[in-house]
Design a protein around this ligand. Sequence first.
Ligand code: BTN
Length: 245
Amino acid sequence: MNYQISYFDCLDSTNTYLKELAKKDARQGTVIVARKQTAGRGRMGRSFFSQDGIGIYMSILLRPEFEADKASRLTCLAAVAVARTLKKYSHDVGIKWVNDVFIGDKKVCGILTESATDANGELDYVVVGIGINLCAPSNGFPPQICNIATALFNEKNRAVLEYESIISAILKEFSNLYSRFDEQTFVDEYIQLSILWGKRVNIVQGDSRRPCVVKGIDRECRLLVEYEDGTSDTISHGEAVSIKS
Ligand code: BTN
């Protein structure tokens, strides 16, 4: 992919900004990177901690030719691109279905894919947003996430040093996988990297939590689970899963 990258010191959200550009005909491969976000967003309306100088906050614009219902799989493709890149720095990288990259049992990266369709129901654009904790803030992660978040590096110096090379490595991996999207080459790797195999999790819907065991991930990257009453289910991308402690 031919990338055109713009760097910003501060944006509300790189996804929000890029979606505006997408509506004004920005081309596929437009990439927005910000050092800090004031309103970084995650899935399910959550916020994403995006403090100055400690992370990578970036969004990639795509104008895919494939069917709209496949857009959510780009989250999985991006997770593989990020995992491949972070593996160069850590031995313990895995993917927590559907959009989180973990180091050990903590989240180091979140991915937010947002798309829009035209009047015919065909994909107009997809924005893939990636947020990575490169190092922890000097006063630690905020209380809401300090038990679930981790960072790639212990020292801030390392984060500064590797910042640009990590961005370009992710973009390169992403481009390689995206160019072969039709072959779904990322799916096997996504399944292999999954940390949820055999784990007891909760399917979260609003305030309700339904316990189950993860049995696998199918070729469409949906989660296969078994509930306590022995019934099976296929969990699609719009749902959330929390690991039972
Ligand atoms: C999640 O954890 O649920 C997804 C987090 C995605 C965060 C990234 S940071 C860059 C881009 N801009 C945003 O506002 N969100 C994504």
